[in-house]
Design a protein around this ligand. Structure first.
Ligand SMILES: [Zn+2]
Length: 48
């Protein structure tokens, strides 16, 4: 019997509003606030 629980959490990039369904989205904390950023916006975030 399979009793796997799959949670479908969908995150939205704070920068370009893409969703984790389409692009991997990572979470980070900035100044105590939790933010979301997709891998496409990540380089821009790193380089300021
Ligand atoms: Zn993005």
């Amino acid at each position: 019997m399979s009793d796997k629980k799959k949670e479908n959490i969908e995150l939205e990039c704070s920068h370009c509003a893409t969703v984790s369904e389409l692009t991997p989205v990572v979470t980070y904390v900035h100044q105590g606030e939790e933010k979301y950023c997709c891998v496409r916006c990540l380089p821009a975030l790193i380089h300021g």
